[in-house]
Design a binder for this molecule. Structure first.
Ligand code: ZN
Length: 307
């Protein structure tokens, strides 16, 4: 079985301003690298549909979804928080990005593919039930998890979040849901300045100081995530795949290498093979150094595909 690559060209049309690091060039860099490495033809390509209000309402308040639909501008940009804005095509991009998770979940659960990578933007893991934040408007991974729980009647789903920033929106949405475990490594103290003191037996938050590097990251995963996942026995694994902990990333200082992304992907695959019939849905979150993002994401996808 091949790995699915779920994407949509309209996710490139979300533009906040010319110099914003969360730019369409991020997707282009990954797709170009996949083409250069002759990987595109080895992946199962799927176009992401638009998420429906039903998909969004599993994780967002109806009033918040209405607000985002109402505030979407016909021209120019509107600011949702100091780091996050919407232009005329941003809503369309967000709906396809969330829709990618719905599509990927169906592909994996219906065994049309073993695993899937959603190459979409903007990222989503800072978006809470009624809150846009940190470049994120809708929480795509949360929508995918909630869809899997409801549609396929799963009772244990785990999220692995190795973005350099804590997945605070995802934590907000699932902290009271016994069916969901979140395993999150993140630089601390750092944006969004949350997560370090909210660890529970299902919210496995592992703050790492700046400059931690590969060895500390891998030890943190093996000492914290491995026993928690062994105990939880997830039926499906989702990955918030942010690549902004890379040593070249301009926004953070965790100092991971491209090889760490191959390693963490193998870790996720071993967990999924043991407990979850190999089912993994991964989605792009952060990563702002274009060539390092492209190399890290292709290492992740290549590993998922066993290539
Ligand atoms: Zn990030």
């Amino acid at each position: 079985m091949t790995t699915a690559l779920v994407s949509h060209p309209d996710t490139l049309l979300h533009v906040m301003d010319g110099k914003h690091p969360e730019s369409p060039a991020r997707i282009t860099a990954i797709m170009d690298a996949l083409a250069e490495q002759h990987l595109i033809g080895k992946l199962q390509r799927h176009e992401a549909p638009q998420a429906t209000d039903t998909d969004l309402q599993r994780v967002h308040d109806a009033a918040y979804i209405r607000h985002i639909r109402d505030i979407a501008p016909r021209a120019g940009v509107v600011r949702l928080d100091p780091d996050t804005a919407m232009g005329p095509m941003s809503l369309t991009a967000c709906l396809h990005a969330t829709g990618a998770l719905i599509k990927a979940t169906d592909l994996v659960m219906q065994k049309q593919t073993e695993n899937a990578f959603c190459c979409v933007r903007p990222p989503g893991h800072h978006a809470g039930k009624a809150r846009a934040a940190g470049f994120c408007i809708f929480n795509h991974i949360a929508a995918g998890v909630a869809y899997a729980l409801e549609t396929y009647e799963l009772t244990r789903v785990a999220i692995l979040d190795f973005d350099v920033h804590h997945g605070d929106g995802t934590e907000d949405i699932f902290k009271s849901d016994q069916r969901v475990m979140l395993c999150s490594t993140f630089q601390h103290p750092f944006y969004p300045h949350r997560g370090a003191d909210t660890r529970t037996d299902r919210m496995i938050n592992v703050p790492l100081p700046a400059q931690s590097g590969s060895q500390a990251f891998r030890e943190a995963v093996l000492q914290n995530f491995a026993p928690a996942l062994q105990r939880f026995r997830p039926q499906m694994l989702f990955i918030s795949a942010g690549f902004d902990a890379h040593e070249n990333d301009p926004l953070a200082n965790l100092q991971l290498s491209t090889d760490d992304y191959r390693w963490i992907t193998q870790f996720a695959m071993s967990v999924a093979a043991r407990h979850a019939e190999k089912r993994i849905v991964s989605v792009l979150e952060g990563g702002y150094h274009l060539s390092s993002l492209a190399q890290s994401a292709t290492a992740h996808i290549r590993t998922l595909a066993g290539l």
